[in-house]
Design a protein around this ligand. Structure first.
Ligand SMILES: Nc1nc2c(ncn2[C@@H]2O[C@H](COP(=O)(O)OP(=O)(O)O)[C@@H](O)[C@H]2O)c(=O)[nH]1
Ligand SMILES: [Mg+2]
Ligand SMILES: [Zn+2]
Length: 225
């Protein structure tokens, strides 16, 4: 790769960081907590978002920004069916969201009225890690059927996160998954990160996730600017 190409990529990332910073300031001004949910396709992002809405919508105003690489509204329709404001972002083939796309999603929301914005990133364990969005909390959802070696194979996605959700624990009896090996990989990359095991299907462990998230939303609501 030529030096010039490297410089251009750096400039794009700089511009994205700048926009992400502005997004975060807009969230902060409105005391809105923004979380960015990243995972491989099928890990359970939408399922956990729907469970989260069911658990928290009676106490908090929630809005969702849905990122998809294809022009579909499958996930957004499920959120909409729960009566929650949702903005669909189609990335036009890109395999990640960036700060400008999130900015467009934010413009469709009245942030003043919203306590929690959940961003469902494009299903991908690689480049979403490189693009800040302005979210306060970055979450990766891993799931039992993906296997216990993913932290070793896709390290970057686990580094900047505040919470790792291990979903589909109901499938543990059917899949070889060594939790100690998995957890060791996470701890090497991100010592002390919150790890929450749950099943979006059975609801097992869901309370731990909801309580953790409640604490983050409340802290943002009462934060002084
Ligand atoms: N057994 C089991 N299946 C799950 C669980 N969570 C999600 N799924 C299923 O996994 C598939 C993908 O889930 P989805 O939420 O669409 O994943 P996304 O692509 O990451 O948004 C769907 O068939 C879900 O019903 C879980 O905890 N246990
Ligand atoms: Mg989804
Ligand atoms: Zn990408």
């Amino acid at each position: 790769m030529s030096t010039e190409k490297v410089q251009i990529v750096e400039k794009i990332l700089d511009a994205n960081d700048q926009m992400a910073e502005e997004n975060q300031q807009a969230f902060d001004k409105n005391h809105t907590l923004a979380i960015n949910i990243m995972a491989s396709p099928g890990a359970g992002k939408t399922s956990l978002i729907l469970r989260t809405i069911e658990g928290l919508a009676k106490d908090y105003q929630i809005a969702v920004i849905e990122g998809d690489t294809a022009p579909v509204t499958i996930d957004a329709d499920k959120v909409h069916a729960l009566g929650i404001p949702v903005t669909q972002i189609n990335t036009g083939g890109d395999c990640h969201l960036d700060a400008l796309m999130v900015r467009k999603g934010m413009q469709a929301l009245d942030l003043n009225e919203v306590d929690l914005v959940i961003i469902e990133n494009v299903g991908n364990l690689v480049c979403p890690a490189a693009f800040k969005l302005g979210s306060h909390i970055n979450v990766v959802i891993a799931s039992i059927p993906e296997g216990d070696d993913k932290p070793y194979k896709y390290p970057n996605i686990y580094r900047g996160i505040q919470c790792l959700v291990l979903n589909k624990t109901d499938l543990k009896p059917y899949v070889d998954f060594n939790f100690e090996y998995f957890e060791k990989g996470i701890q090497i990359l991100n010592p002390g990160v919150e790890i929450i095991q749950l099943s979006s299907k059975t609801g097992d462990g869901l309370d731990t996730w909801l309580n953790w998230l409640r604490a983050q939303i409340d802290a943002k609501k009462h934060a002084t600017q």
